[in-house]
Design a protein around this ligand. Structure first.
Ligand SMILES: C[S@@+](CC[C@H](N)C(=O)[O-])C[C@H]1O[C@@H](n2cnc3c(N)ncnc32)[C@H](O)[C@@H]1O
Ligand SMILES: Nc1c(NC[C@H](O)[C@H](O)[C@H](O)CO)[nH]c(=O)[nH]c1=O
Ligand SMILES: N[C@@H](Cc1ccc(O)cc1)C(=O)O
Ligand code: SF4
Length: 483
């Protein structure tokens, strides 16, 4: 691999015109040019016409004909998106009382944007390699969810590394173990190899699906891992997971859904077609799904626009997508940054344009999320005025962004939410994961706490855990389970 400076990212950061002026290397994507003009694209967006990939590219770049982001044009795009948001979903800003409970950081997939994972080898019982990761057996997962239910959460969101000992169920263990060389052929080692057994995926689902909580888990990449080495259909795999308690699936692992970008940032991951097939399988199994895009690394604005088209087409076919979650790339501790492939994540202007163009382009997805984890409070609030109408959730625990170098903590209280949302003249609304159940919150009736969770009674959440994210993996008052 070459590491020719920051060319890929400087191209996309400098207004999204590709890596045109920088050193040629394999991470340079061609400068996008379209046969559309910025003005025409903006006029179509204002009229509510369905946008093309070329339209979206022009809007994201504030015109591909000139380099950099034009501030006046940017404001026009943001204004059109904010107006569309108001017409489509009104002035409510939703958020969910939820808990992140990630089960393991052991992973060999090697995505170059990720610092969440630890090399799975370090988790082996006879390994002397130090690591700060964790694996939580099912009983520990259950205890963590139980404790969080007591303080009022509605949802548990669980995404994990692809631990080599993870299998869907006992039958899957047998199939994987029967390979001649399971480790190299199907990324499998038996649980007894490791200091801590993660259990099966079905056992983790059963453990976390407790007390009426909504279980949001199993990304397409995890569904692939839960069926590796077999000919099982995604619909059947998600069906079994649903029978064990899964309620909806996160559409992470999407990154950029263009294979030439995946080849650079996550060559070990499933390709775009497989990601789409997994999401369709989840939908066919009756699950809601979310959708994401992780942007601001080596890709161009044209790749972002193509990604949005993949999501819109998927939603046209399934109707199962509840929200779109833009994930702003956090660069500090990642291999992409440390190896000099990128020199930063996206600028604030790029974040704003991604939210705005998602709102305008994804005419079939109702909700666009702003993330205080990725952007912090002030910029997150700004994104709510660029087309976003959801402000994610309380989460209580955060490992992905903090390990990548993010600095915005791992919890927001209901009082924080009410203050931030009313500060911009909007209405705070507690939601269910699927947005179908909502509760408008009277700002004057504080202190505020969750009421939609199975055990929620309006008491403010008081998470029993050390404050600040040190990436050590403690979650909501549980002990860490370092292997
Ligand atoms: C860490 S993975 C965990 C789940 C599973 N291993 C997978 O890849 O689907 C979940 C998602 O976190 C996001 N993520 C990881 N590192 C990130 C970073 N440095 N900045 C922003 N998002 C990141 C990616 O979109 C990734 O798909
Ligand atoms: N944007 C981020 C999220 N979003 C997910 C929500 O918290 C929630 O699970 C979803 O909206 C379904 O209800 N979660 C994170 O941990 N980090 C983010 O940056
Ligand atoms: N946990 C993911 C974000 C995420 C999770 C679930 C979703 O449905 C959407 C987004 C991250 O921090 O990157
Ligand atoms: S993004 Fe997921 S699959 Fe990729 S290295 Fe990180 S944990 Fe593993």
């Amino acid at each position: 691999m070459s590491s020719g400076g920051s060319s890929g990212a400087s191209g996309s950061n400098g207004g999204g015109n590709g890596g045109g002026e920088s050193d040629a290397n394999e991470f340079d994507f061609a400068t996008p040019a379209t046969d559309q003009s910025f003005e025409n694209a903006l006029a179509k967006a204002r009229d509510g016409a369905r946008l093309t990939v070329a339209d979206a590219t022009e809007l994201l770049a504030t015109g591909t004909a000139s380099p950099g982001i034009d501030p006046v044009r940017k404001e026009a795009v943001l204004e059109a998106a904010d107006r569309r948001r108001a017409e489509e979903v009104g002035d409510e800003v939703t958020f969910v009382a939820n808990l992140n409970n990630n089960v393991t950081t052991a992973c060999n997939t090697g995505c170059l944007f990720c610092n969440f994972k630890d090399s799975a080898h370090a988790f082996e019982a006879d390994s002397e390699v130090e690591h700060a990761g964790f694996t939580k057996p099912p009983a520990e997962s259950r205890e963590i969810v139980e404790d969080a239910l007591d303080i009022g959460i509605y949802e548990v969101c669980s995404v994990s590394g692809l631990h080599p000992a993870f299998a869907l169920n006992e039958e899957h263990h047998e199939i994987l173990a029967a390979y001649d060389d399971p480790a190299s052929e199907v990324n499998y080692k038996p649980p007894e190899t490791y200091a801590t057994d993660p259990g099966t995926y079905l056992e983790q689902m059963e453990a976390m699906s407790v007390g009426g909580v909504h279980l949001h888990s199993m990304t397409p990449e995890e569904a692939y891992h839960a069926s590796r080495g077999t000919d099982w259909e995604y619909e059947a795999v998600y069906g079994e997971l649903a029978s064990a308690g899964l309620d909806s699936a996160p559409g992470t692992a999407a990154e950029i859904l263009v294979d030439e970008v995946r080849d650079v940032i996550c060559p070990g991951k499933i390709r775009t077609d497989d990601w789409v097939a997994a999401m369709e399988g989840a939908a066919a199994a009756g699950l809601d799904v979310t959708s994401t895009m992780m942007y601001g690394h080596v890709e161009t604005v044209a790749h972002r626009a193509e990604h949005l088209k993949v999501i819109r087409d998927l939603q046209d076919r399934t109707g199962a997508i509840t929200e779109f979650v833009p994930l702003s790339f956090i660069h500090q501790n990642t291999p992409l940054y440390r190896r000099g492939v990128v020199d930063s994540g996206p600028s604030h202007a790029e974040d704003e344009l991604v939210v705005a163009v998602a709102r305008l382009f994804l005419d079939n997805v109702d909700h666009v999320q702003a993330s205080w984890v990725k952007s912090g409070d002030a910029h997150g609030i700004k994104l709510l005025n660029c087309g976003a109408d959801d402000f994610m959730g309380t989460i209580l625990s955060e490992e992905i962004t903090s390990r990548a170098g993010g600095e915005y903590g791992e919890y927001r209280s209901f009082d924080d939410y009410v203050e931030m949302i009313t500060a911009i003249g909007r209405t705070p609304v507690e939601r269910s994961t699927d947005y179908r159940t909502r509760r408008r919150i009277d700002p004057d009736d504080g202190p505020h706490g969750p009421r939609l969770g199975p055990r929620a009674d309006g008491t403010p959440m008081l998470p029993n855990r050390p404050s600040g994210g040190d990436g050590s993996g403690d979650a909501a008052g549980a002990s860490s389970a370092d292997d």
